[in-house]
Design a protein around this ligand. Structure first.
Ligand code: ATP
Length: 202
């Protein structure tokens, strides 16, 4: 299997921007946990069937897709239901990530996992790359991208791992602050490093 670089960072830190640059500049393949999390509950999946059986018809939209607003409502105030859904979906997501990583043909893969620190998923990667920004930049980017007020951006940040917690598990760091947002030179250096490591691992 290709060398796996786990890419993480807080909300609006720049994970997607960074991953797309590795892909567009160097042809590195991306396995994205958020994309997989949607795939395991798409129409016709075993994940959605299990959710339907558990919660009943109200959990589906008229088109037969997952009614996310209804699911959020059901698990918001009910820890047991939240645990149930996590126990159903987390192993499915992990298994699908592993399968997708097996198929990677680039010299290394980027495994993009926004909640890598929170869910202790470092073991899925050979190295952890953290996109690091100061909180002020994160709040500004969240507000402008998602059109949310400052209070909401702050509360999302507060619910995630702290900058220090993320940096504590980092092998490599990309700085993406407003003052330090030259990404390409940092990405080029890391690409060279990852190629060298992947050659050694052959
Ligand atoms: P999330 O996990 O919250 O979806 P993310 O970590 O993938 O976010 P991006 O979507 O890549 O982050 O970036 C967040 C916002 O910040 C986007 O609007 C993006 O265009 C902007 N952004 C990211 N990096 C830079 C940069 N270096 N300079 C200017 N804007 C940037």
């Amino acid at each position: 299997m290709a060398l796996v670089i786990g890419l993480t960072g807080g909300i609006a830190s720049g994970k997607t921007t960074v991953a797309n640059m590795f892909r567009d500049q160097f042809g590195i393949e991306i396995v994205d946990a958020d994309v997989i999390a949607r795939r395991v509950v798409e129409k016709g999946s075993t994940g959605l069937d299990a959710i339907h059986q558990h919660f009943g018809d109200e959990i589906l939209t008229v088109e037969g897709e997952l009614n996310r607003a209804e699911l959020r409502k059901r698990i918001f105030a009910n820890q047991d239901e939240k645990t149930w859904i996590n126990q159903l979906l987390h192993p499915m997501i992990r298994q699908q990530m592993e399968q997708d990583l097996q198929r990677v043909t680039s010299p290394y893969a980027l495994l993009v996992v926004p909640l890598l620190t929170e869910n202790n998923l470092q073991h899925m990667a050979d190295r952890v790359l953290v996109v690091d920004v100061d909180e002020k930049t994160q709040i500004e980017r969240t507000m402008s991208r998602d059109k949310v007020p400052m209070e909401q951006a702050k509360s999302i940040l507060a619910a995630q791992a702290s900058r220090e917690q993320r940096l504590a598990i980092a092998d490599d760091v990309i700085k993406n602050d407003a003052k330090n947002q030259k990404l390409l030179p940092q990405i080029t250096e890391l690409h060279k490093k990852y190629l060298a490591i992947s050659r050694k691992n052959l």
